[in-house]
Design a protein around this ligand. Structure first.
Ligand SMILES: Cc1cc2nc3c(=O)[nH]c(=O)nc-3n(C[C@H](O)[C@H](O)[C@H](O)COP(=O)(O)O)c2cc1C
Length: 198
């Protein structure tokens, strides 16, 4: 493995879907590639995976509530957003996609994303009927037109027992997109395009 993300600062948003367990692998890939990773979870995500997993993988405190830890005077969301060179939301629930698309800043993750000026990569994950819903597709169009990058979802087995579209992109695929976005961002720098394999 090459240190293709050495020195890069990545914000990893984890929302409340079954695929949250796969975000741990993504997080590990990012850390192994040299990135500094801060994880922001929604309250719902805590039903699917614990803070300790991400804290252990990143060596950093996991952020959840807007008022848990405060960077005075500006608030946690400002510092998190300003430090991030890439923000990834994986998995992105239908609810989170809706909040991001509408600019509803009602938790730490969505508030931080509103402040972010770095590239944002969204990895939707949900049941196939949810994914096909007109409201979700409308929100995805909004995200894309607002400049968000999207990876997946793929087709396949869904935890609800159905087979269809809505499965979160695999951690390796999200990781490769993250590397592309980070390197595209600094193409004029001295590191050029990089590849990283696990
Ligand atoms: C067992 C279970 C699995 C769920 N999986 C998903 C999912 O994969 N995708 C999704 O959009 N919502 C899923 N939900 C619903 C979300 O957890 C719910 O909409 C929640 O409010 C999302 O909050 P968040 O976007 O703030 O994380 C699931 C709910 C349960 C109980």
């Amino acid at each position: 493995m090459k240190d293709c993300l050495t020195g890069r600062e990545i914000l990893l948003g984890v929302t409340g879907g079954i695929a949250a367990f796969k975000s741990a692998q993504l997080c590990s890939h990012l850390v192994q590639a040299g990135a500094g990773v801060t994880v922001v979870m929604t309250r719902a995500a805590e039903n699917f995976i614990g803070r300790a997993t991400f804290a252990g993988l990143t060596g950093r405190e996991v952020r959840v509530g807007s008022f848990d830890v405060c960077e005075f005077p500006q608030g946690e969301h400002i510092g998190l957003a300003q430090r991030a060179e890439l923000a990834i939301v994986a998995p992105a629930t239908a609810a989170a996609i809706s909040r991001i698309a509408s600019g509803l800043a009602d938790d730490l993750l969505t508030t931080t994303l509103l402040v972010c000026r770095c590239p944002v990569l969204v990895a939707p994950a949900m049941n196939c009927e949810m994914w096909a819903a007109a409201s979700v597709q409308r929100n995805m169009s909004l995200l894309r037109s607002d400049g968000c990058h999207v990876v997946g979802p793929g087709q396949g087995w869904l935890s609800c027992g159905q087979v269809g579209a809505g499965r979160m992109a695999e951690p390796d695929e999200i990781f490769q997109r993250a590397v592309q976005l980070c390197t595209a961002d600094q193409r004029s720098g001295d590191q050029g395009d990089r590849e990283c394999e696990f």
